[in-house]
Design a protein around this ligand. Structure first.
Ligand SMILES: [Zn+2]
Length: 342
């Protein structure tokens, strides 16, 4: 459990307060100028970037700081009528990764009529393989991340019956390693981000109880370093996005109290940029919407609140969306009961 100094960091003491108004400002400003360096360099991520930013804003109840008509017009522009998938930006190829982001945004705005959802269902259906796995797009790469995207998309569309759900779960289970973790495909190295995809998929399919939760729970706990932050794999530096992947997985497994929550909160708060707003992967690094969402998401999972100004809304550990949206859609995921003492 003890980490060597070379794979951990020293935190500022004390950590800053949670600066929600600054984060809201950072996100609503981000990428608004099309001449921005970030805007031009991240075209291949535009759809996911929009999901990260809007979800973070919705957790702060600030979704109204972005005009909904602009968001929906962007979604429609990225919809590929032929395949039924979404691309990251206009004139790019559709992929299941961006299709999930698009459907999450559609759900956030309750705009299911904005595109032909039956085509999205056909797109996802067309990606499932005989062994239950999913291609990401027409090029045929298989990855557990694509299983999560496919299953989460269909769940949000209330069309899980369009695929072979049992086989989808069987494939996920075939990716579990002897150490309890999951890799991108059978036999691949365990990694916290992929574990989140595995556990999240099984939670939607209500098959989490088929995995060895104690073994996996221990592997996840061992990701916490002395600084309080989590790494994604052994011998790596802590990174705020793993606060989300690891903590959300432990939450689904009913083992959130197996880690030092106070130390994790300190680490996450230390990753804020107190002048510009936003979170970075580690204290002092450049902030971005990706780490801002996952920092806020982990704080929400921990029930952390900024007493003074804004309140963080409750987040769903599987969909990484505000819980009230998931409730409105009447989607239930499987969360295991508490796993006992650590
Ligand atoms: Zn990261």
């Amino acid at each position: 459990m003890a980490a060597s100094l070379s794979t951990d960091i020293i935190l500022p003491n004390p950590p800053p307060d949670l600066l929600l108004p600054k984060h809201a400002e950072f996100l609503s400003r981000y990428g608004t100028s099309k001449e921005d360096y970030e805007y031009c360099m991240t075209e291949f991520l535009r759809m996911s970037g929009m999901y990260w930013g809007l979800t973070a804003l919705s957790l702060m109840d600030k979704l109204d700081s972005v005009p909904p008509s602009d968001v929906i017009a962007f979604i429609q522009d990225c919809f590929d009528e032929t395949t039924g998938g979404f691309s990251p930006a206009k004139d790019h190829d559709p992929h299941v990764l961006y299709t999930l982001s698009a459907v999450q945004i559609i759900a956030m705005y309750d705009e299911f009529k904005a595109v032909d959802c039956s085509k999205i269902v056909s797109f996802i259906q067309s990606l499932q393989q005989a062994d239950g796995s999913f291609f990401g797009d027409q090029y045929g790469e298989v990855d557990i991340r694509f299983s999560f995207c496919a299953v989460a998309t269909l769940s949000l569309l209330k069309k899980l019956d369009a695929i072979n759900a049992r086989k989808a779960a069987d494939f996920i289970l075939s990716c579990q390693n002897f150490d309890g973790g999951f890799g991108s495909k059978p036999g691949s190295e365990s990694h916290a981000g992929l574990i989140y995809c595995a556990v999240g998929t099984l939670s939607i399919l209500k098959e989490v109880d088929r995995i060895n939760s104690d073994l996996l729970g221990w592997w996840l706990c061992e990701r916490q370093l002395k600084s309080g932050g989590f790494n994604g794999r052994p011998e790596k530096l802590p990174d705020v996005c793993y606060s989300w992947w690891v903590l959300a997985s432990l939450t689904i497994l009913g083992r959130q109290d197996w880690i030092d929550q106070k130390a994790l909160i300190k680490f996450i708060l230390s990753c804020q940029d107190t002048s510009t707003g936003g979170f970075a992967d580690r204290p002092g690094d450049v902030v971005d919407p990706f780490h801002t969402l996952f920092g806020l998401g982990a704080l929400s999972l921990l029930g952390y609140q900024d007493e003074k100004l804004l309140k963080l809304k409750k987040i769903n550990p599987v969909f990484c969306m505000s819980q009230d949206i998931i409730d409105k859609l009447e989607i239930e995921v499987q969360i295991l009961p508490g796993g006992g003492a650590s």
